[in-house]
Design a protein around this ligand. Structure first.
Ligand code: ADP
Length: 404
C-alpha cells in the first residue's frame, strides 16, 4: 500500500487540501471548500480520477468541511484512497507560530495548548486552524498531524531586525515584534534557487520576492532569514492588493481624530487591510491584471498604483542588497511575481549599479516554469520560481514523521 500525505490549509472561511503520494511526492487530489458557514458553500475538487468540478454544498463549520473532504477522498468512484490508514500524516498550514514555534512540530496536547496561546496574534486564522486540527483528529483517529508555520522560517532573524522601537514592555508582555509571513514559500523558492544556481544554500545570498495578493520580501544568507518585510502582522512592508503596507504610524491617530467612525470595532483594521493598496489608490481593482489593463487604457490612478507597488518592492530589494552586502540571486514568486512581466521589469529597471540587469525578452515570455530572466552579464541572477507551499508542507510533514 502506497502511503499518502494530506495537506490541509484552514482559512477563516475556507479549507484547501492536497493529497500527495509519500514516495514520489506526486499530487493525487486537491480541492477547496469555500464560504463555510453560509447556506451556500462551494466545493471545488479534482483528482487523478475526476476533472475539476464545483458544486454547492451545505457546510456550516470547519469540522463539516474536513468531514466532506475525507469522505470525498474515500469515495468509491471518485476518491483516490480506499482506507483512511493509507494517510500516513496530515500537514497543517498554520499562519502564526508566535515566538513559541521555530520549526514544524508533531501535534500533541501540549502543542495544542501552545497554539491556543497564539490565537490573539492572528484572531481570524488561528481558531480556524485549531478547528481543522481537531476535525482531522476526529475523522482520522491515530493519524499523526504536523503543524507547519508561516512564521517559522523567519525565526532566525536577529533581535535588532525583529524588534520595534516601542517601550520594551510591549515586546515582553505582548510579544509585539516582527514575525514575518509566507515563510514556507520563501523557504521553498530559496531551496529551488540554490538548486538552479548549482550551489549549496549555505554558500549563497538571496532576496526572495513573494508578490501575490499579499506580498513580502525576504533577505536570506546561508539559508537563514536575515530580515523580512512583513511584521507583527501581514500588513507591514510593501504595498499589496488591498493592504497599505508601510505608512507613517502617526497617520492612524490623525485618521481617528478626523473620522471618528473608524473608532468603531474593526473599522480601522478593515481600512488598512481591505480598502487600501492597489484598490485604495486605483479605485479600479485589487487584482494586478485589472490594474495593468486600466493602466494601458490611460487610467492615471491605476498607473500610479502600479508605480507605487513596484517602487515599494524596489526599495526593499535595495535595502536588503545592502544588508546582505550583495546577492547571488533575486527570486520572483507568487501570482504577480510569477506572471506579471511589467512588474518585474519596472522593479528591476535602473538597478545596474547593483549588478541587477533584466533581459527584457526573457522577462516578457509567458511561462509557468522555473526560469532565469537576467542578462548573461548580470552579476545577480534574476529568477522566476513558481511557489509550491503545499508540496513544502508535505515535505516538512514527511521529515517530522520520519524523525519520530
Ligand atoms: P495569494 O496571495 O492570494 O496566494 P496569488 O499568489 O494567487 O495570491 O497572487 C494573486 C495576484 O497575482 C493578483 O494580484 C493577480 O492579479 C496576480 N496575477 C495572477 N496572474 C497574473 C498575470 N497573468 N498577470 C499579472 N498578474 C497576475
Amino acid at each position: 500500500m502506497d502511503m499518502k500525505i494530506l495537506v490541509v490549509n484552514c482559512g477563516s472561511s475556507s479549507v484547501k487540501y492536497s493529497l500527495f503520494e509519500i514516495r514520489n511526492e506526486k499530487k493525487l487530489a486537491c480541492g477547496i471548500v469555500e464560504c463555510i458557514g453560509s447556506t451556500k458553500a462551494f466545493y471545488t475538487k479534482q483528482s487523478q480520477k475526476v476533472k475539476k468540478q464545483k458544486e454547492v454544498v451545505k457546510v456550516l463549520n470547519h469540522t463539516e468541511a474536513v468531514e466532506l473532504i475525507i469522505k470525498e477522498l474515500l469515495n468509491k468512484n471518485s476518491g483516490v484512497i480506499s482506507d483512511i490508514n493509507e494517510i500516513a500524516v496530515v500537514g497543517h498550514r498554520i499562519v502564526h507560530g508566535g515566538d513559541k514555534f521555530h520549526k514544524s512540530v508533531l501535534v500533541t496536547e501540549e502543542v495544542k495548548q501552545d497554539l491556543k496561546d497564539c490565537f490573539l496574534l492572528a484572531p481570524l486564522h488561528m481558531p480556524a486552524h485549531y478547528a481543522g486540527i481537531e476535525a482531522v483528529e476526529k475523522m482520522l483517529p491515530g493519524v499523526p498531524s504536523v503543524l507547519v508555520f508561516d512564521t517559522a522560517f523567519h525565526q532566525t532573524m536577529q533581535n535588532y531586525a525583529y524588534m520595534y522601537a516601542l517601550p520594551y514592555e510591549f515586546f515582553e508582555k505582548n510579544h509585539i515584534r516582527r514575525y514575518g509571513f509566507h515563510g514556507t514559500s520563501h523557504d521553498y523558492v530559496s531551496q529551488r534557487a540554490a538548486e538552479m544556481l548549482g550551489r549549496p544554500l549555505s554558500k549563497i545570498k538571496l532576496i526572495t520576492a513573494h508578490l501575490g495578493n499579499g506580498s513580502s520580501i525576504t533577505a536570506i544568507d546561508n539559508g537563514k532569514v536575515v530580515d523580512t518585510s512583513m511584521g507583527f502582522t501581514p500588513l507591514e512592508g510593501v504595498m499589496m492588493g488591498t493592504r497599505c503596507g508601510n505608512i507613517d504610524p502617526a497617520i492612524l491617530p490623525y485618521i481617528l481624530d478626523k473620522y471618528p467612525q473608524y473608532k468603531e470595532e474593526d473599522a480601522l483594521n478593515k481600512l488598512l487591510n481591505k480598502k487600501s493598496g492597489l484598490i485604495g489608490i486605483s479605485g479600479v481593482s485589487a487584482d494586478m491584471r485589472d490594474i495593468l489593463i486600466a493602466r494601458a487604457s490611460g487610467n492615471k490612478r491605476a498607473s500610479l498604483a502600479f508605480e507605487m507597488l513596484c517602487y515599494s518592492v524596489k526599495k526593499y530589494i535595495c535595502a536588503y542588497f545592502g544588508i546582505l552586502n550583495g546577492v547571488d540571486a533575486l527570486v520572483f514568486t507568487a501570482g504577480i511575481g510569477e506572471h506579471s512581466s511589467p512588474v518585474r521589469e519596472n522593479v528591476c529597471k535602473n538597478l545596474s549599479a547593483l549588478g541587477i540587469e533584466i533581459d527584457l525578452e526573457e522577462n516578457a515570455k509567458a511561462s509557468d516554469k522555473e526560469r532565469v530572466i537576467s542578462t548573461k552579464s548580470s552579476k545577480v541572477k534574476i529568477m522566476v520560481i513558481p511557489t509550491n507551499e503545499e508540496l513544502m508542507i508535505a515535505k516538512e510533514s514527511k521529515v517530522v514523521l520520519t524523525s519520530i
